[in-house]
Design a protein around this ligand. Structure first.
Ligand SMILES: [Zn+2]
Length: 627
């Protein structure tokens, strides 16, 4: 008995000694084996191969006083592997409860199956400590792995329950820019997760990510709070220590292979062959005071070791993506590890849109368009109406924009709307068409009148809508029955109201307005529109608001500005998405093109019942289904 206690004490002393002395990079150099499945360079880990990983890893060692490590790194520079080394170190040398958070629960599952299993099975000292997942009651499941002295729990940032459970000394938050800004209404997942470590005085938190959009990037805001370490390397010509910047990269026109780096001190150009020496002689230097507890590291792919991503490849990727904003954004984020400045909201002005107008006849459907949708905004003394024509891949033309003045409480105004929308519009080359969907806003002061109008003209595709400004809503939702009788029962042919994701649609359409080349997604405006139309179209801007301490973008109207041309365009676009609910998305444009052909058969539109019948038409529902 005594000897067993002695042995235990001996083990504890050993563990404490290990914990005190060993660093993560030393552990990795001694024990870590890279698997052939997951690594391009299988075999024993060598920190010398990626010298810039030594310091971030060593800040995660129990020997370091740093509490939080922030890695804003380019893709494929080894940040995930350094995280894996830390996990191995914890399991083997500094056991304790550990929480690993991926952006989603699904991603946590994938990581567990693909990477952790091989990390454990191919590193003997870890395999000894964690039972194989297959054996029953092994303490090793998809989302939790027990080891002597600790446990690793895996979860997703989209699960508040997963983030709330037991206290943890170690927290690994991976790819934090992909985390939601709010989880299940309980707030920021990073804050929720970090709260679990507050009882541990020697806690360690690792946050890693490639960055995303400026002002919305979590990893960047964490890096800016830190001491902002940059990896300084010596110039092979003059020895001047500097950190590598994209602006210093030079190449001959159209020849990425000629890529060389211009020293910021002596101005010499040097090629990549010096990189290995430069990395070996490199060192991290803080460039800001920071908070004293957080070590922040920034690294671009310009530092990738020889044999990994080369300068030539980086220049080539840049040349291929520079004309294409989404692709360039990915390049900036994943190669330079910088945030992308999203400036389209600022760039669109009434004047620039007015300059872009084209000569085509209003109230006539342009040649390439095959379907019409309309959006109607209801004000206290008028209706604003936009009719949009659409062609393949959502190329759009504003066909008509009008205001009808009158009292929405009386029938006269609505009769005028009938005249405007229920008569076919001539087509430049094909058959005349009526709008297939007419979306009317029911959110103002005349909800009952809008419901009635929509109920009576359902067969004409009139739908009552209500804007939902929250982020991430679909362009148009499912219909909600709103007419109920005195017993509270829904009426069979009663009005339905559809929610419209206004934030989603504005982001899509204003993004498209930035493009200057007609084609898929391009929005055309005719030259008979006046500046008021465009002022209303640019009355809203995306601004940054803080929600529970985290920045989010929101569309906000300039004070006292009218914005009906925006609203009616948004509703008309929602109308197009209403069609997608009815048609097969794969063949919708083929079907619509066939229907618009000049010699096409008598179309479905002509078969609609006369408006004067007033009562909801028999079989109206079937009619709509057969679109
Ligand atoms: Zn130099």
């Amino acid at each position: 008995m005594q000897s067993a206690v002695d042995e235990l004490i001996q083990q504890c002393i050993e563990a404490l000694r290990f914990e005190a002395e060993l660093t993560v990079s030393e552990w990795a150099d001694t024990h870590r084996i890279l698997s052939g499945k997951a690594s391009a360079e299988p075999g024993p880990w060598r920190t010398d191969r990626t010298p810039y990983l030594r310091e971030p890893m060593d800040c995660l060692s129990t020997t370091s006083s740093v509490q939080r490590v922030v890695m804003q790194f380019a893709a494929q520079t080894g940040k995930t592997e350094s995280g894996a080394n830390w996990l191995g170190y914890i399991i083997h040398h500094a056991p304790g409860p550990l929480l690993m958070v991926q952006p989603t629960v699904d991603m946590a599952k994938r990581l567990s199956k693909q990477r952790l299993e091989s990390l454990i099975t191919e590193t003997p000292c870890l395999a000894e400590r964690i039972a194989p997942a297959r054996s029953r009651d092994s303490g090793n499941t998809m989302f939790s792995k027990e080891f002597p002295g600790g446990i690793m729990i895996l979860t997703g940032a989209n699960s508040a329950t997963g983030l709330r459970s037991t206290p943890c000394r170690y927290i690994f938050l991976d790819e934090v820019d992909a985390f939601p800004h709010d989880v299940d209404g309980e707030g920021d997942p990073v804050t929720l997760a970090e709260r679990r470590s507050t009882t541990f005085s020697r806690r360690k938190i690792l946050l890693t990510s490639t960055p995303t959009v400026k002002d919305f990037s979590r990893i960047e805001s964490e890096f800016l709070l830190s001491d902002q370490r940059r990896f300084f390397v010596p110039c092979p010509c003059c020895g001047h220590m500097q950190w590598l910047r994209w602006a210093q990269m030079k190449w001959e026109d159209g020849e990425p292979e000629s890529a060389r780096y211009e020293c910021e001190s002596c101005g010499e150009l040097f090629d990549e062959s010096h990189k290995t020496q430069m990395l070996t002689a490199g060192e991290w230097r803080g460039t800001a005071p920071g908070d004293g507890k957080t070590a922040g590291f920034h690294l671009s792919a310009l530092y990738s070791p020889l044999g990994w991503k080369s300068w030539a490849e980086i220049v080539d990727d840049f040349l291929k993506s520079k004309g294409d904003a989404p692709r360039l954004k990915t390049w900036v984020n994943t190669v330079l590890a910088e945030t992308w400045e999203d400036d389209y909201a600022a760039k669109i002005s009434a004047e620039t849109l007015l300059e872009r107008t084209e000569i085509y006849e209003p109230r006539v459907i342009p040649e390439k368009a095959v379907v019409l949708t309309a959006g109607v905004d209801v004000q206290d003394n008028r209706l604003a109406v936009s009719v949009w024509a659409w062609g393949r891949e959502e190329e759009g033309w504003l066909v008509d924009h009008q205001e009808i003045h009158g009292d929405p409480a009386g029938p006269e105004l609505w009769k005028q709307l009938d005249q405007l929308l229920l008569e076919p519009f001539p087509h430049a080359v094909g058959r005349p068409l009526r709008p297939d969907v007419i979306c009317i806003d029911s959110g103002g002061h005349f909800t009952a009148e809008v419901y009635q109008y929509a109920r009576e003209r359902r067969v004409y595709g009139v739908v009552a809508i209500k804007g939902a400004s929250q982020r991430g809503k679909p362009p148009i939702g499912k219909g909600n029955k709103v007419d109920i009788n005195w017993k509270g029962k829904q009426l069979k042919k009663g009005a339905e109201v559809f929610s419209v994701g206004t934030d989603t649609i504005k982001t899509t359409l204003f993004g498209r307005m930035r493009h200057n080349d007609p084609g898929p997604g391009y929005l055309h405006f005719h030259n008979q529109l006046d500046v008021t139309y465009f002022e209303q179209l640019t009355a809203e801007k995306q601004v940054m608001r803080f929600h529970r301490g985290f920045p989010i973008r929101e569309w906000v109207k300039k004070p006292n500005a009218r914005n009906e041309s925006t609203d009616t365009m948004v509703y008309a676009y929602a109308g197009l998405h209403r069609l997608y609910q009815r048609y097969d998305r794969r063949t919708i444009w083929d079907q619509l093109e066939k229907r618009a052909e000049p010699d096409g058969k008598v179309g479905e539109q002509q078969a609609k019942p006369p408006l004067r019948s007033r009562k909801p038409a028999q079989g109206g529902g079937n009619f709509i289904k057969s679109w």
